[in-house]
Design a binder for this molecule. Structure first.
Ligand SMILES: Cc1cc2nc3c(=O)[nH]c(=O)nc-3n(C[C@H](O)[C@H](O)[C@H](O)COP(=O)(O)OP(=O)(O)OC[C@H]3O[C@@H](n4cnc5c(N)ncnc54)[C@H](O)[C@@H]3O)c2cc1C
Length: 467
């Protein structure tokens, strides 16, 4: 196909209606990251088509940037080196559900909203886990990014939920990882060499995932959600730590006071009154039976009170009093109000790290945000039973205000360094955060990662500009 015009060659693979020279919508996202460039958007419908596109890109040395919703909040689906944007939204099949081994096999275009509706109808005894992200975002992209969802306190970052993948490499080769590469069931990653990790947190630089097998969880019969108001950060941390360690709760998380103000539509000049809580905690409690739920409720209440947190509300009661809280009450909870900020800018540094340094890191980051003129908006969650914690600093800004964009960029750089100094590692690292991570990494890590990339993307055409 070498002599054929690129557009004609793409049309021959996916059809004219799925090749688009209008790329503008893909060149920016909600963040402060600069606009990118691309030649064509291509929307493959099958793994065969992905393979054919990747072979063509290989022959012609074209960059390939995969994307689904583009809401990663790190600028990491912005095409940096021209070439092809591979829009995977058409690949939205839910391929298989194994009710016994509790996993689902999905294509990358499957969204959280779609998966929830499908499970509610076809597997009501099972659930997946949901981020605060809009329902239009990709379940597979979230897992590949090592995201953090509402069952991550129990079961860890989303990369750990992947039992295996099917992926297309830079030259069009189709590969498989996990048990599904060997036997007829995608039940897990053990006991094989763990090649799935090659595609986790690598941001599309190692291959385009065309299918992933993702763990499901049993759906508990009973559920209760609390909001609790904390007036000190150390009390809130201690409560999260203790609740996580019992293994009795589904989710525990924290947001500081600016989140509450923004939920009610406030945008700028946020001020906390002395009698307002510093942070609110949300606690999800589930159980199979009423006595089990009662025991967990009693345990949770005792832990919160021991940590000085006495304002505990059933979310239903709170919603009854203040309907706007419904946004945080329903499951999946979404924080889409963050996208309503005037000027449309949303960015953050989110990181995972040791609980022992959470408090110090949170306080330092909040001070840095205030020093740059942003409200101290922190999101936190214990992960994987309390083995590590989330520390995320969120900033909304006006994308049309150049001075504010410069300010938020400086803040994000400073926060990426700050979390690293507190032994936290940014997740879904922006290009800037990735540079800072690699600058501190052990030379042996950098060497091994470079060798992996030399093998899987020797020309650095796969989502260029990352890592
Ligand atoms: C308000 C808001 C709240 C959010 N809350 C959370 C949260 O609580 N937890 C959380 O984890 N995330 C959260 N997010 C981030 C993000 O939306 C989710 O993680 C989401 O699932 C990512 O899906 P996407 O379709 O937006 O991915 P995209 O941005 O389209 O892609 C993400 C990355 O993966 C790459 N990629 C995409 N598909 C593939 C593929 N098939 N193979 C290889 N690489 C691929 C892309 O190139 C890009 O680098 C939030 C976002 C917003 C806007």
């Amino acid at each position: 196909m070498n002599g054929v015009d690129l557009k004609d060659a793409l049309v021959a693979i996916v059809g004219a209606e799925h090749v688009d020279p209008t790329v503008d919508d893909y060149l920016t996202d909600v963040t402060e990251n600069p606009p990118g460039k691309a030649d064509f958007v291509v929307r493959p419908g099958t793994a065969d088509e992905v393979q054919a596109v990747m072979r063509l890109a290989h022959e012609r040395s074209l960059a390939v940037t995969p994307i689904v919703a583009g809401y990663n909040v790190a600028g990491i689906a912005i095409p940096r080196a021209g070439g092809l944007v591979l829009d995977l939204t058409r690949m939205d099949r839910i391929v298989d559900i194994d009710h016994d081994a509790m996993y689902v096999v999905v294509e990358p275009g499957v969204t959280f909203g779609q998966l929830k509706a499908h499970l509610d109808e076809h597997a009501p005894d099972l659930v997946y886990t949901y981020p605060f992200a809009p329902p239009s975002t990709s379940v597979v992209a979230n897992a590949l990014l090592d995201g953090l969802n509402n069952l991550s306190m129990r079961h860890g970052a989303m990369g750990q939920w992947i039992n295996g993948v099917e992926a297309v490499l830079h030259d069009g080769t189709l590969v498989r990882t996990g048990s599904g590469a060997v036997v007829g069931s995608w039940f897990g990653r053990a006991p094989l060499p763990d090649l799935t990790g090659l595609f986790v947190s690598t941001q599309g630089t190692t291959g385009v995932v065309t299918r992933a097998a993702l763990q499901l969880q049993p759906k508990p019969a009973l559920r209760r959600r609390w909001f609790a108001f904390a007036f000190s950060l150390d009390g809130a941390y201690e409560a999260m730590r203790q609740l996580a360690r019992t293994g009795s709760f589904d989710d525990v998380g924290l947001m500081t006071w600016p989140a509450g103000k923004m939920l009610f539509g406030a945008t700028r000049d946020l001020v906390r009154d002395d009698d307002e809580p510093l942070a609110f905690l949300f606690v999800d409690i589930t159980a199979a039976t009423a006595p089990e739920l009662d025991a967990r409720v009693a345990l949770g209440r005792r832990i919160l009170e021991d940590c000085g947190i006495e304002s505990i509300f059933h979310v239903e009661h709170l919603v009854h009093l203040v309907p706007r809280y419904a946004k945080l009450a329903e499951l999946p909870t979404t924080l889409d109000f963050l996208l309503e900020f005037p000027g449309g800018g949303l960015t953050w540094v989110g990181s995972y790290g040791p609980g022992g340094r959470w408090l110090e890191g949170a306080e330092a980051g909040m001070a840095a945000m205030e020093a740059h003129g942003f409200p101290p908006f922190v999101v936190a969650r214990p992960m994987s039973g309390g083995h590590y914690f989330v520390l995320r600093f969120v900033a909304c800004f006006d994308k049309g205000d150049a001075a504010e964009v410069t300010r938020v960029r400086a803040l994000m750089g400073e926060l990426a360094d700050l979390v690293l100094e507190h032994d936290y590692v940014p997740y879904k690292a922006s290009a800037d955060a990735a540079r800072r991570i690699l600058a501190r990494a052990h030379p042996g890590f950098v060497d091994l990662f470079t060798r992996v990339r030399d093998l899987l993307d020797p020309d650095r055409r796969m989502n260029p500009g990352r890592w």
